[in-house]
Design a protein around this ligand. Structure first.
Ligand code: BV8
Ligand code: ZN
Length: 265
């Protein structure tokens, strides 16, 4: 076992509270494109063209077309071994908070798979979502919010999803560039990060703020950082243990036979 893997397992075993912080890389092996890597979403589309309130105001059809396509991709993906191992770990021990920047639903689906195998509820493994969800919508005019998994017909503005309460246009319930993050989610994430002895970072470049500052909250409160990523990240210099590899390969090896992973050391 590599020194860093042993050190990471030791850190997690000894931590009463752990903050797990994930980004697009956690879903890469499921087939969900990341944002900034080769073939990344932003490569084929520029963020300012699609993931902004201005883009939606300018042409809701093209923005909904992009989100409908991303929903279709995610719906065809399966949780990977990292999603399931994290779900199993969170169900097997107390004190773990999962914070995700991702808008896919693979953490929830991975936890459901783990919970089914354990015969328990998956509720405790629910993530704090900093950037919203592909499968939720909110009204552009009233307070209506709902889960929404129907295919998107972007043929015209009239065929886009509209609010059942006030008939106004619905938008994806995600955080666009230039928009504030949900206050309660950000506050809970930062509070949990400050109380965590260890922040386990999986699959994020750390490029997007204020979400990226979650890791600094743990560090600033005297905690340690573990990074799992095959590429360079903004956190590499502050990592006590740096595990170079894919989430689906490293995370199960780190958690399943390790800290409170249910199978003991
Ligand atoms: C805000 C939801 C202020 C939507 C996302 C200029 C104008 C406006 C704003 C700004 C500006 N300059 C800076 C800003 C701030 C901006 C920002 O941070 N920009 C960055 C790009 C410089 N932030 C904002 O605008 C935020 N809001 O600041 O509001 C405000 C405050 C108060 C009141 C009013 C306003 C909002 C940011 C949220 C944007 N929304 N997503 C959607 O998805 O469509 S961001 C998007 O990036 C996703 O959420 C994604 O999760 C997130 C972070 O990216 P990563 O997850 O890290 O993905 P990335 O591709 O970068 O990295 C993948 C990693 O995985 C890599 O390290 C790779 O090596 C690794 N990997 C690959 N394969 C694997 C792997 N790891 C493990 N295993 C593998 N197999
Ligand atoms: Zn409405």
């Amino acid at each position: 076992m590599s020194d860093d893997l042993a050190r990471a397992r030791e850190l997690l075993s000894g931590a009463a509270r752990v903050l797990v912080f994930t980004g697009a890389g956690a879903s890469a092996e499921s087939g969900v494109p990341t944002f900034r890597g080769p073939g990344g979403l932003w490569r084929s589309f520029r963020a300012d063209q699609l993931a902004t309130p201005q883009a939606f105001a300018r042409d809701p059809r093209v923005v909904w077309e992009w989100y409908g396509w991303r929903r279709w991709i995610v719906a065809g993906c399966r949780p990977n071994l990292a999603h399931v191992a994290l779900g199993r770990w969170m169900l097997a021990r107390e004190g773990i908070t999962l914070v995700t920047q991702n808008v896919d639903d693979l953490h929830e689906r991975g936890a459901l798979e783990a919970a089914a195998a354990l015969g328990v509820s998956a509720a405790r493994a629910a993530p704090i979502r900093l950037h919203g969800s592909l499968f939720h919508v909110r009204c552009t005019a009233c307070a209506e919010r709902a889960e929404h998994r129907d295919p998107i017909d972007a043929a015209g503005e009239a065929t886009l999803p509209h609010c059942q309460s006030c008939a106004s246009l619905l938008r994806p319930d995600v955080v666009w560039f230039g928009e504030p993050l949900p206050e309660d989610a950000l506050r809970s994430a930062f509070a949990a990060a400050r109380e965590a002895a260890v922040c386990l970072v999986v699959g994020t470049s750390g490029a997007v703020h204020p979400a990226a500052a979650v890791v600094h909250q743990t560090l600033g409160a005297g905690g340690s950082v573990i990074v799992v990523d095959p590429g360079e990240t903004a956190y590499d210099d502050m990592a006590t243990a740096r595990l170079w590899g894919a989430a689906g390969d490293v995370v199960p090896r780190l958690l399943d036979a390790g800290p409170g992973g249910g199978r003991g050391d």
